[in-house]
Design a protein around this ligand. Sequence first.
Ligand SMILES: NC(=O)c1ccc[n+]([C@@H]2O[C@H](COP(=O)([O-])OP(=O)(O)OC[C@H]3O[C@@H](n4cnc5c(N)ncnc54)[C@H](O)[C@@H]3O)[C@@H](O)[C@H]2O)c1
Length: 441
Amino acid sequence: MPNPSVTRRQFVQSAAASAAGLVLANSTRGQETAVASADDLRVAIIGPGSQGRNLVNNCLKIPGVRFAAVCDIWPYHQKYCANLLKKYDQEVNVYTDYREMLAKEKDLDAVIVATPDWVHAEQTVACLKAGLHVYCEKEMSNTIEGARQMVQAARETGKLLQIGHQRRSNPRYWHAIKLIEKDKVLGRITHFYGQWNRGKRYEIGWPDGQEMSEADLKKFGYDTMERFRNWRWYKKFSGGALADLGSHQIDVFNWLLKSPPKAVLAAGGIDYYKTSEWYDNVMAIYEYEVGGNTVRGVYQVLNTTSHGNFYEVLMGDEGSIEMSEDTRRGQLLREPEAKRREWEDMSEKIETMGRDAIELKIGETLAPDGSKDPEGQRLLEESKKPVHQLHLENFFAAVRGQGQLTCPPEIGFETCVSVLLANDAVASGQRLSFKPEMFKA
Ligand SMILES: NC(=O)c1ccc[n+]([C@@H]2O[C@H](COP(=O)([O-])OP(=O)(O)OC[C@H]3O[C@@H](n4cnc5c(N)ncnc54)[C@H](O)[C@@H]3O)[C@@H](O)[C@H]2O)c1
């Protein structure tokens, strides 16, 4: 039972300190026992734009999470989000400047940062230093220095920082990992492929009469309404398409190959949208070292065609596995000569490239003897929830001291470095090597 003399925030925080201990157990902090709390967590969101509102909607499905404040520099989005929360009986204080919010809101537990990438570092560091746990959207930052400051602030404050690479909490990926690591369905991994092909992009606009004044835009670093809304395409605000879309998938390769890359070679250009500052297409070749062997892979992001959409493939000498956040994709293709696993004959097949592939179905192909093992059933149940909800649930559970973050800042940092150096490779036209010290924050 909590001590009644301890305030609600202190109580939730003491639980969180345990979680920080768990997350940082590999560094210097000691491991403490996790403490659970039935108290509501009081949460604020900075930047309830398109993704921010998606996160808010997902939080509304998580018991024990309650919004206390909304911050956005655009009054249109402030009102939209505050009105949405009101429908769920969550009255919030509304702020334009996050600094004012941090000065006035003294009873918050956590903040969700869903602003454009260029302000992630400043806002996340300030929230951590204000004693709050943070869920910050990817890309962690559009500069390596910004991302490094975020890791350091989390370490110094002992607060939790979850980065929004939600595949890390996705049961479909955990299922694939089980097949790769326990059932060893790929044999020796030699290559990989990933893509995010997105159809033509259209400029994001704003409703008539809702534009911000030039003075207000300038105050927050945006020169025009067009740039404010289409920030992804400008170097000041974003790391470009590789950071925006590719970071999710390059994170998957780092995760599954258990190491960041060794080198990258890339080409790209502003070939279609002449007003963009960022490349609209990038094709990169990454090299990893896995178990003393080179693993080479191709990753591409296109913004003119949706051919094949988005997915990742890991290839080995006994099989290949295709994964995606898109639940319509996902399959395992075994090499004809590979030794069959007992459960393979029982698994549902789909025809791919003239061969039988096994559909990547959680809970069905999981157990080596064909039985429905409990871990598979747990993953199957979880997979019914939206992916962002799962990643947020992981964050809030860690805040309560119940488990570890699936995407702590050290991981987000590795991904950030892996992605941003590929942009440099495009610019220089050179094959660039990653030095181990580049991944130290
Ligand atoms: N994990 C995912 O699947 C996923 C998907 C989409 C976007 N994202 C990430 O979410 C973030 C937001 O992307 P989006 O598409 O929602 O962009 P958006 O432009 O729709 O939303 C950004 C919001 O931040 C506000 N804002 C801008 N500068 C601000 C500041 N200094 N202080 C407070 N508010 C500010 C804007 O008014 C807007 O409401 C980005 O980091 C993006 O990479 C993640």
